[in-house]
Ligand binder design. Structure first.
Ligand SMILES: [Fe+2]
Length: 476
């Protein structure tokens, strides 16, 4: 009997963490404004609904947040079937088996003067840089990226992201891999690989699926760096093989430097001084259970489940005020970090994605077990509404909502730029490869993937695939 109880707890925890947000960290009605006037009117609508206090009788309206900039849609043809883009080169080496581990997060956040940091972060080159393929560029194929490697790598760090548009090369898995190999990038595991939240699209090509699952297409993924307090990918290449067949699904990118410069200095100073902690999962235990048993459950999760996630987690009861709730909480972190290469201070924090007061007011397809929260680290109080609103305002002002088309790639400097994605309808196939440090090998470490540790990843993915389509239907 004891064994069964333990197994149940473990299963619940695994399920809970399987929905962990960072995963949805690491993408209703879709708001795809076509004019600036509709864009701003929907912003006002979103803000007015946010001003209302939460109560059980008047749930907040679920509105997909806006973006400061929405580029034109071009209408490239979607491939007719996955066979067209899932084309891997069987003669190329299987890099999936020998990938680097995701490197440890490089924190450099001590002694930052917030106002000076904001001055430094102002007026940096725009993110993303947009590059459209010419006829000649496309004729070069992978050679384009070989010839322009140094310039493109410099531009990546200078702008924080590069949006490659209209390149024929990256319309297939094979060509996409040639692109990043030509740029000299070295693939690594996802920061949450061990959690099972990441599924390979093509393992031998180090290519993960983005959050395309039908069960999560009505879930808005807020801005985040692909990062936990412990591990952070250096760079990423997000590729579109098939845009959403029935609309939506724009990819979101925003400059962490621009957000830092934009934020109200008083809010920023408060967050920097108090630091933040993020809870990534909830496990609701009957509150009436004796405290001895509740402690036993906490210890069991702490010892048996949490280590599977390769994060530094602390199991804490009732931090968000819900009786009996056990939360897995990351260590304290600064919301500002200096960029490892440039030293530029940037907003390096996932609160826009994880803060409960924001998630509750927009399309969110995550069950309660996977809902996240952001706390002030000094008191463990959830971020208050005013701070959440300021993070939302500053973040969304600097979002560019990309209408990615088949073959488009967004190359991202993951310490500088944040990303997310809007809700969508129909089927969508985007994928991503993460990269470690290739020019600063001492930051990369020497850990390679241990394939035997993959069982948990596969088990959780299988469970996620069983979820019914659109299992959350309460979006307005
Ligand atoms: Fe992500």
């Amino acid at each position: 009997m004891k064994v069964h109880a333990a197994a149940l707890v473990l299963t619940l925890c695994a399920s809970a963490m399987a929905f962990s947000p960072s995963s949805l960290s690491s993408s209703s009605v879709v708001v795809v404004p076509t004019t600036s006037s509709t864009r701003w009117s929907s912003t006002r609508l979103a803000m007015s609904t946010l001003d209302r206090p939460m109560s059980s009788s008047t749930p907040p309206a679920r509105v997909s947040p806006d973006a400061g900039h929405v580029p034109d849609w071009e209408g490239r043809r979607n491939p007719t079937s996955p066979d067209e883009f899932m084309n891997s080169d069987p003669t190329s080496p299987n890099v999936g088996e020998t990938m680097w581990e995701c490197p440890l997060t490089r924190w450099d956040a001590e002694g930052i003067n917030v106002r000076e940091a904001q001055d430094m972060a102002r007026d940096v080159p725009h993110c993303p840089l947009e590059i459209r393929a010419s006829f000649e560029d496309n004729a070069l194929g992978a050679e384009y990226f070989v010839r322009n490697r140094e310039r493109l790598r410099d531009d990546l760090v200078k702008h924080g992201a590069i949006w490659f548009r209209g390149f024929d090369l990256m319309k297939t898995v094979r060509g996409n891999r040639l692109m990043h190999e030509s740029l000299g990038l070295q693939p690594c595991l996802d920061p949450l690989h061990s959690s099972g939240l990441r599924k390979f699209a093509s393992e031998r090509d180090a290519l993960y699926e983005e959050v395309n699952k039908p069960s999560l297409r009505q879930h808005y993924i807020g801005l985040h760096n692909e990062s936990t307090a412990k591990r952070t990918a250096a760079y990423a290449a997000f590729v579109c093989f098939q845009r959403a067949t029935e609309g939506g699904g724009r990819f979101l990118v925003a400059d962490g430097a621009a957000i830092l410069a934009e934020l109200d200095p008083a809010v920023l100073e408060r967050l920097y001084d108090r630091r933040v902690r993020i809870s990534v999962s909830n496990l609701d235990i009957p509150p009436a259970l004796p405290s001895l048993i509740k402690e036993g459950i906490r210890s069991l999760v702490d010892v048996a489940v949490a280590p599977k996630f390769d994060m530094d987690l602390e199991m804490m009861y009732e931090m968000d005020g819900k009786p009996g709730r056990l939360q897995a909480v990351e260590t304290a972190e600064s919301p500002i970090n200096r960029h490892p290469v440039t030293g530029l201070p940037v907003w390096f924090n996932n609160a826009h994605n994880h803060a409960r007061k924001l998630r509750d007011r927009r399309p969110c397809g995550v069950p309660e077990v996977g809902m996240t929260e952001v706390f002030y680290a000094d008191t463990m109080d959830p971020l208050d509404l005013e701070d959440c609103l300021e993070i939302k305002r500053a973040s969304e002002k600097h979002i560019t909502a990309l209408s990615m088309e088949p073959g488009d790639v967004l190359l991202v400097d993951n310490y500088r730029a944040l990303h997310g994605r809007d809700v969508f309808q129909g089927d969508r196939f985007h994928a991503v490869t993460w990269f470690t440090w290739d020019r600063n090998e001492e930051w990369r470490g020497d850990e390679r993937r241990i394939v035997e540790k993959n069982a948990f990843n596969k088990a959780i993915n299988k469970m996620m695939d069983w979820l019914p389509k659109d299992f959350v239907s309460d979006q307005s």
